[in-house]
Design a protein around this ligand. Structure first.
Ligand code: SER
Length: 641
């Protein structure tokens, strides 16, 4: 049975039982500051459960797109996803346990015809009523398990909200226990993978406040959720959610792009799954208006995209700068094709989704270009080498680094461009006194190393951690945070006021060599908006009246420096006009145009006509690094000269 049929059958079944079909709400919860993203079908109904608002009907049903940040690291296994579709039926003070259990049982055994002998259920510790109801349905008592708060008490979604004890239906893929436990000890709460939770019925009775105090709701309610991907996996007898019709077309596209085959090698399969899953989630997030950023939802999306790129790299997929070709965008196109009918926002947002993915991939590709080889080919091997040298030695014995010119030999000779950085990165080596410390060093990237990678290359610490983990190393996050704090202090001290550090980070992330200065005689050019910064944060667009900083791919505007003021002028697109008041180069190779949107909007990806009224005075000598001393700093800060 295809997933589209399961989705439809569910909705038909509950509509047949008097439920009103409510469309999925956005992944960005409306008016709910306690939640970053929509995590369950009940989120849009919270005010109904609490009694703040009257529902259009007391019985509701929906297929809700949900996103769970907590599952990011588990993506790639057989059942976890960041984004999934949740099939749900809801009773707002109408029916309760009895009917909820009746409906669920009827749907999966009567309608979907799942074999009863494969089904187990769980109830909250003292919920005898639910236990009896399942037993009456014919579930043998030994297949009904009582579980505690961790498994069988649900909610609230966010810091506060409705919650209650719950009861789950699990599918038994068949014994024995994969962890070798005896049959009577393996059950739905065993982590061996034999059981798959398919449906959660919440008997919503309480409101939990921020102090975790629970008070009874005006009326008891029902909130159920069944993951479409999981029930499809069961219905299709698939080994994982990725082996269903939901993911197979996406996986096929990843394989086609990477020239790989799925199902041949465990590691490759995980990478393929991660790329497929994250591309799908990213497409949905962008369609709902999330754009990559450094905080909140924007950061969740950025992290997903970066993970997808890293796993893609493992498959040999990389951003093709020459053709501005993003593999993630190519994968997302398949997602849009397949789900654009069910979620029209995907089809409507197609151009925007592709553009955002393309930009983010291009930007990240530049970031990892230097940082990744440094980490993977130099730093990690260095750590391992130290471990190898210390192996088998007495823990307390002095540890000597076989010196090659005073420092350990690095397993590659191409250290020229990064020699200075490596010196700083390998500074912790100097502190190793004993073999025990050497062993410690071999297992962990220090905070200072992670910080140097971040500070010099904008290489994000979670990427360092991700790459390190693959090689069996961890990262000293506490040490990293200390370095960051020290850096903030330095920035505060240097600028005389706080707050500018974040802005600097945005500039650094945008990266060196981002903008080409078109030269001293040009006053006009057509260029592309590559980034927009509003209030020190990356933004996708700025609207009329808003102050912003605009970064162009190339510009005739001269940034303040070398004794000349920054240029003013106009950036015009068919959709808007941006009045440039000043031009600055906050980090080497990056030029930002500061000003205000005079009319319309200006968005990343727009083509603009950039005009500045005056030509910049040519520096007094040539710019091939033989500059006059007074120009040297400016030239160096341009990066390109
Ligand atoms: N809110 C419950 C869950 O997310 C049931 O929908 O599992």
């Amino acid at each position: 049975m295809q997933s589209s049929e399961i989705r439809q059958r569910f909705l038909d079944f509950f509509q047949g039982q008097g439920h009103l079909l409510v469309p999925s709400s956005s992944l960005i919860p409306a008016g709910d500051p306690t939640l970053l993203l929509t995590t369950a079908g009940m989120v849009q109904f919270k005010p109904y459960f609490t009694g703040e608002m009257e529902p259009p009907r007391r019985r509701l049903t929906s297929v809700q797109k949900c996103f769970r940040v907590t599952d990011v690291e588990s993506v790639g296994d057989s059942s976890h996803l960041t984004l999934f579709e949740m099939l749900g039926n809801f009773s707002i003070g109408d029916y309760f346990k009895h009917e909820a259990i009746d409906f669920a049982w009827e749907f999966i055994t009567g309608n979907l015809k799942l074999p009863k002998e494969r089904l187990w259920t769980t109830v909250f510790l003292d919920d005898d009523e639910a236990l009896e109801l399942w037993a009456r349905k014919g579930v043998p008592r030994e297949r009904i398990r009582r579980l505690g708060e961790k498994d069988n008490f649900w909610g609230p979604a966010g810091d506060e909200g409705p919650c209650g004890p719950c009861s789950e239906i699990h599918y038994d893929n068949g014994g024995p226990c994969r962890l070798g436990k005896p049959d009577d000890q393996c059950g739905p709460d065993c982590s061996c993978g034999r059981f798959l939770e398919i449906w959660n019925l919440v008997f919503m009775q309480f409101y939990q406040d921020r102090a975790r105090k629970r008070t009874p709701l005006p009326r008891p309610n029902i909130d159920t959720g069944m993951g479409l991907e999981r029930i499809t996996r069961v219905m299709q007898g698939a080994a994982s959610v990725y082996d269903t019709d939901i993911f197979q077309p996406i996986i096929a596209r990843v394989c086609e792009l990477a020239h790989k085959r799925y199902g041949q090698d465990g590691g490759t399969d995980i990478a393929i799954r991660v790329v497929a899953e994250h591309a799908r989630s990213a497409a949905f997030l962008i369609a709902d208006g999330v754009v990559p950023g450094n905080a909140g939802r924007g950061y969740v999306l950025r992290r997903l995209i970066r993970r997808a790129i890293l796993f893609g790299n493992k498959l040999g997929l990389a951003y093709d700068a020459a053709n501005a070709d993003s593999f993630l965008a190519a994968v997302a196109e398949v997602v849009i094709q397949h789900l654009g009918g069910v979620y029209p926002e995907l089809a409507q947002g197609r151009t925007f989704i592709v553009r955002v993915l393309q930009q983010e991939e291009a930007q990240f590709a530049r970031t990892i270009e230097t940082g990744l080889p440094l980490l993977e080919e130099k730093l990690i091997p260095l750590h391992k080498e130290v471990g190898r040298l210390a192996m088998g030695k007495q823990a307390e014995s002095p540890f000597r680094i076989p010196s090659t010119g005073g420092s350990i030999r690095i397993p590659s000779s191409e250290t020229v461009s990064v020699a200075g950085i490596l010196d700083a990165l390998t500074a912790p080596l100097l502190e190793i006194q004993t073999s025990a410390e050497a062993v410690e060093f071999s297992k962990r990237i220090s905070g200072l190393e992670a910080f140097m990678l971040y500070d010099t290359y904008g290489f994000p610490v979670e990427v360092t951690a991700e790459v390190a983990r693959e090689h069996g190393l961890s990262v000293d996050m506490e040490g990293f945070n200390k370095e960051m704090e020290a850096q903030r202090e330095r920035a505060r001290a240097a600028s005389g006021f706080g707050g500018d550090f974040e802005r600097l980070r945005v500039y650094q992330e945008l990266g060196a060599g981002h903008t080409a200065f078109l030269g001293y005689d040009t006053t006009h050019a057509t260029s592309e908006v590559v980034a927009i910064i509003v209030n020190g944060e990356r933004a996708n667009a700025a609207g009329q009246g808003q102050e912003a900083e605009v970064v162009l791919r190339e510009t005739p505007f001269y940034a303040e420096g070398g004794g000349q003021a920054g240029d003013g002028g106009r950036l015009e697109s068919p959709r808007g006009l941006f009045q440039v008041e000043d031009t600055q180069s906050p980090v080497a190779g990056l030029i930002v145009h500061r000003g205000k949107v005079a009319s319309g909007v200006i968005a990343a990806g727009d083509q603009v006509a950039a005009t500045t009224p005056r030509a910049t005075t040519r520096p007094p000598t040539c710019c091939t690094r033989r500059c006059a001393p007074s120009w040297a700093a400016t030239c160096a800060s341009r990066g390109r000269w």
